[in-house]
Design a protein around this ligand. Structure first.
Ligand SMILES: Nc1ncnc2c1ncn2[C@@H]1O[C@H](COP(=O)(O)OP(=O)(O)OP(=O)(O)O)[C@@H](O)[C@H]1O
Length: 209
């Protein structure tokens, strides 16, 4: 997997300027609160159009302002785990996962559902409503839902924030397994150096400008 992310974008008072390239399967994005980490993920996912730049992931050009290329959100192949998880509260866990599967692009084979459910330890939660889940359970279901869409790569926005240390460590191990056993490339946003170090040595450090 390769990542080439070059972009300039201003949102509010935040001027995001990135020039990064790497050939590793997992990268981490760090930097102080408000520096633009979520904005960067939104640009990669296609939810925000950067003012200028070029985004190439796994050899696929997702965005190139010079060439006027901007692949549509649903064709980018991003599995996005939002900072606030965003489960559908009116759907049970199983239906949330099925929604993820429906996002799968035509032509892609399905993922190994059982393996993902087992890796993330959510087998006993399938009949539950999101409102009855703990914070850690919500994160695990949100990650599974993103993976069920068979993404080309995962965007994880601080997936362990506000979890206690023990729960965070447990889910981090599950995320590591997804990366290695199931082989999904990742861009992982976190403030915590000890978290990112478990996943990758390649860090995209954003600094205020
Ligand atoms: N729609 C918007 N209008 C104005 N300012 C915005 C908008 N969206 C984001 N911002 C600002 O852009 C900056 C970057 O926000 P972003 O959420 O990308 O930061 P972050 O690094 O992910 O922060 P955190 O670590 O706190 O989640 C912040 O100052 C934020 O207030």
């Amino acid at each position: 997997m390769s990542f080439e992310i070059v972009l300039n974008h201003t949102v509010g008072d935040c001027r995001l300027s990135v020039d990064f390239a790497s050939q590793v399967p997992r990268i981490a994005v760090t930097g102080p609160s408000g520096v633009g980490k979520t904005t960067l993920l939104n640009c990669i996912a296609g939810l925000i159009t950067p003012e200028t730049g070029k985004i190439v992931i796994g050899g696929r050009v997702l965005f190139d302002s010079t060439e006027r290329i901007s692949i549509r959100v649903e064709q980018r192949g991003a599995g996005y785990v939002f900072q606030d998880a965003r489960l559908f509260n009116h759907l049970r866990v199983a239906a949330n996962l099925a929604y993820g599967e429906r996002l799968r692009q035509a032509g892609h084979s399905g993922v190994d559902r059982e393996r993902i459910i087992e890796t993330l330890g959510i087998g006993s939660l399938l009949d539950r409503w999101p409102a009855s889940l703990s914070g850690g359970e919500i994160r695990r279901v949100a990650i599974a839902r993103a993976v069920f869409a068979h993404p080309r790569f995962l965007l994880l926005d601080e997936p362990l924030s506000s979890l206690d240390q023990e729960r965070a460590a447990e889910i981090l191990t599950m995320i590591e397994h997804l990366g290695t056993a199931i082989g999904i490339p990742m861009i992982y946003v976190s403030h915590q150096p000890e978290e990112t170090a478990r996943l990758t040595d390649t860090i995209l450090q954003l600094a205020p400008r």
